[in-house]
Structures are given as C-alpha cells and as structure tokens.
Design a protein around this ligand. Structure first.
Ligand SMILES: N[C@@H](CCC(=O)N[C@@H](CS)C(=O)NCC(=O)O)C(=O)O
Length: 217
C-alpha cells in the first residue's frame, strides 16, 4: 500500500495528482507545514517537526511516501519512481525518455522553482507573511529566459517528451503553477499557457484540486 505524507496545500499535490493519473490507491496522511501553525502547534496536529513524522523524513519536509516499506522523499523523484513502477503512457518508454523526463524534472527544480515560489509568495501570499512586490517582479524578470526555453520545447507537439502527456509534464506543470499569478509571463509564452491549461484540465488534476480546495488555506 502507498502512503503519501503531506497536506494538499504543499508539494504533496504533485504526488496525489500522479497517483490519480495512475489510478493507484493510497492512504493520505495530511502532515502540515510547521510554519503554517501557531507556536506552539495545537496538540494532535501532525506537522513537519512532529517526532512521528521526523521518523519518516528526518529532513522535516513534506512530501514523503512509504510504498510498502520503501520510503522516499523529494516530490519530483517520488513521481519519477511511481511512474516508472506503475508504467502506463506517463512513464518513460525507453532509457532516452527516462533521461529526458529526469532532465525536465531537475530543470524545473533548479531553473524555475525558487523564482516561481517568489511569485506566489509575494503576489498571492504565504501563511500571512509580508509580501514584497519587488521580489515578485525580479522573479518574473529572471523567469523570462526559462519560460522561453519551455515555450520553444512545447512548440513542436505541445508536450515535453514523446509527443504525449507524461510525468515530465506533470512535474514541470506543478512547478510552473507557482508562477501563474504572473500573467505577463504567460502572455509572451503562448505554448506554455496552452500546455498548462491542458495539464490542469485533466480529470486527475481536477480531482486533486477539488480536494485541495476543501483544505483550509
Ligand atoms: N525539494 C523538496 C522540498 C520540500 C519542501 O520544502 N516542502 C515544504 C512544503 S511544500 C515543507 O515541508 N515546508 C515545511 C517545513 O520545512 O517545515 C521536494 O520537492 O519535496
């Protein structure tokens, strides 16, 4: 049995979306980010510094999974593992595709994620912390290059690898989502805009998203 640790309003959303795409059952343990809780945290709420969760992930971050005793951290690596394990068209069909899917996942984590987080944190908000529009604007400027790279990659057939929706699209789409408040980035990257719309129209994404909406902000 697969267990996914982490509230929907966290990077666990990526793993939950993928589990729905794959049609695999899972147990969900809604571990909460410590910084979203009052100090001290209320009794009975499992969070990223709870001793029982630190036994699962000593890094103190969500998400983690326990897949029949195989514990993994790092949301994007978890998705690459689950896709490969369960197959379907989402998974790599060759070593070459596996290389490309790994490349795009690491690209999203290293070239996009921090700046995309600056956009959501400083245009939308982050647990009531102060927002600085200058940080968001600088992130938009820094993301113009990566967005043009992504736009060019999608121009060919609309997907990142193998002319079909794969775990690479899911991983990159979940990172790019954090930049969605920067509409000016998408106006100049029409293929990115159409691709993200297509990814987020998928029934598995909608299922994850409607559950996420039920979770307190
Ligand atoms: N690179 C990690 C990042 C994990 C991470 O920073 N998770 C955040 C939530 S999305 C977290 O656990 N924050 C709470 C904390 O650090 O206590 C991944 O992709 O899984």
């Amino acid at each position: 049995m697969l267990t996914i640790y982490g509230v929907y309003r966290s990077r666990a959303s990526r793993n939950i979306w993928l589990a729905h795409e794959l049609g695999i059952p899972f147990e969900h343990v809604p571990v909460m980010q410590i910084y979203r809780l009052p100090d001290p945290p209320p009794a009975g709420v499992v969070h990223t510094r709870s001793p029982e969760f630190l036994k699962v992930n000593p890094n103190g971050h969500i998400p983690s999974i326990d897949d029949d005793g195989m514990v993994l951290h790092e949301s994007l690596a978890i998705n690459l593992y689950l896709a490969r394990k369960h197959g379907t068209a989402l998974a790599p069909a060759s070593i070459a595709e596996e290389g490309q899917m790994t490349m795009w996942s690491l690209w999203a984590a290293t070239e996009v994620e921090d700046r995309a987080l600056d956009i959501i944190y400083h245009r939308v908000g982050n647990a009531g912390r102060p927002m600085d529009p200058k940080i968001a604007d600088a992130a938009v400027a820094a993301l113009r290059g990566p967005f043009s790279v992504l736009d060019a990659a999608l121009a060919k057939d609309g997907w990142l690898v193998g002319n079909r929706f794969t775990v690479a699209d899911l991983n990159v789409a979940e990172v790019v989502r954090y930049a969605q408040a920067a509409t000016e980035l998408f106006e100049t990257a029409p293929h990115v805009k159409a691709w993200l719309d297509a990814c987020q129209s998928r029934p598995a994404f909608r299922t994850m998203w409607s559950e996420r909406e039920k979770e307190p902000a």
